[in-house]
Design a protein around this ligand. Structure first.
Ligand SMILES: NC(=O)c1ccc[n+]([C@@H]2O[C@H](COP(=O)([O-])OP(=O)(O)OC[C@H]3O[C@@H](n4cnc5c(N)ncnc54)[C@H](O)[C@@H]3O)[C@@H](O)[C@H]2O)c1
Ligand SMILES: [Zn+2]
Length: 341
């Protein structure tokens, strides 16, 4: 299966299926992490042909998505003396692909990179769309660049070694897209357990993102729907110092918070809210959460990069549509979120 990501400014292929040979005329720097490399680097190298191949291994984990990590990748790129015609190749989850994307965006003012995503979250979301970046003390993904990959190679076989918790967290991003953009996909997900229909589920999810990114590359309208659940999720991740919740788990909680607010405002009815909850529950994503310090939580919501002064909430309007609302005051939000207080 193959999809083309096509926007005004760029176009690149996303291949889904058994990893095909990757050929590059000049040098390639493969970047992976300390968990993925021992599991999958050999498989990748056996499929890679280049004039010279270099490898860089970074420590695994979101806490390493930092400037130091970028400097270390750049150091390897300089050591290998990569030129503008060479390639960086990310083998790993969203942390690796976001970092390699950013490092390749700034190395010698930009060189090409490709992605072989190895988590479900990276296959259905992080590897598609051209956003790259790192975290800092002020929050997640606050430093970065739009830098599209040259190609994405999705092989569901890599997911066989992925821990169940990580696998389920990735499903939150699939449910997110279904609710905001595509009712048919939501109903398909209700009927098709992903354990049995994985490749098709991934394909459909990437196809939705491709369509959204094609229509709105720079997040000026439609693409904002991809942030459904994310304003809350980023605050949840920050409160937990990026260690209590996986990104997808925080998104699943954020989806439910957004739904509660949408219900409170009359945008979503109760039965639909219950349907979304039931689908999340199928994959163990109905996670409990408590907001212990609402004022602090509210400040973190304001800090999210998409928000200037007011907080922009992406709220579902039934299934398959959404609205962006910036007019929600603090007390309304507090009442809507009473179940978590
Ligand atoms: N750029 C975007 O558009 C975009 C979209 C969504 C998320 N993201 C980013 O993606 C990141 C989350 O990505 P993630 O969930 O893939 O996290 P991750 O990259 O940290 O991977 C999760 C864990 O799984 C391990 N792992 C990866 N592949 C494995 C495999 N096949 N087998 C066993 N273990 C494996 C990793 O070493 C890590 O410990 C966040 O930083 C988020 O901000 C970016
Ligand atoms: Zn996300």
């Amino acid at each position: 299966m193959r999809l083309e990501i096509q926007t005004k400014n760029f176009s690149y292929p996303v291949r889904i299926g058994v990893l095909e040979p990757i050929t590059h005329a000049s040098k390639v720097l493969v970047v992976s992490d300390s968990i993925v490399a021992p599991l999958h680097l050999d498989t990748l190298l056996s499929k890679l042909q280049a004039s010279k191949i270099f490898t860089h291994e970074m420590p695994s984990g979101e806490e390493h998505k930092t400037w130091e990590g970028i400097e270390s990748i750049l150091e390897s790129a300089f050591e290998a003396n990569l030129s503008r015609k060479d390639l960086m190749l990310a083998l790993g989850g969203g942390v690796v692909s976001d970092m390699v994307g950013f490092a390749s965006a700034i190395y010698k003012r930009g060189i090409a990179f490709e992605i072989v995503p190895t988590t479900l979250l990276a296959q259905v979301d992080a590897s598609v769309g051209g956003k790259t970046g790192i975290n800092n003390a002020y929050g997640k993904n606050l430093i970065g660049a739009f830098h599209p990959p040259r190609a994405v190679h999705i092989d569901p076989q890599f997911l066989k070694t992925l821990p169940q918790r990580e696998f389920k967290a990735g499903i939150a991003e699939m449910i997110k897209k279904a609710v905001c953009f595509n009712k048919d996909y939501f109903e398909w997900l209700e009927k098709h357990p992903l354990e049995k229909h994985l490749s098709e589920g991934i394909y459909k999810s990437v196809a939705i993102k491709a369509e959204v990114v094609a229509k709105d590359e720079r997040e000026e309208g439609l693409r904002m729907g991809l942030n459904y659940g994310h304003t809350f999720a980023h605050a949840i991740e920050k409160v937990g110092r990026y260690s209590t919740h996986l990104h997808g788990e925080a998104v699943a909680i954020g989806i439910q918070m957004a739904n509660a607010l949408a219900c409170y405002l009359g945008l979503l009815d109760n039965p639909t809210q219950e349907r979304i909850k039931a689908l999340l529950k199928t994959y163990g994503l109905n996670l409990p959460y408590k907001i212990t310090d609402f004022e602090g939580f509210y400040k973190d919501l304001q800090m999210d990069k998409k928000n200037n002064q007011c907080i922009c909430f992406i709220l579902p309007k039934g299934l398959g549509a959404f609205v962006a609302r910036e007019d929600i005051d603090k007390s309304t939000l507090k009442e809507a979120l009473h179940a978590w207080l």
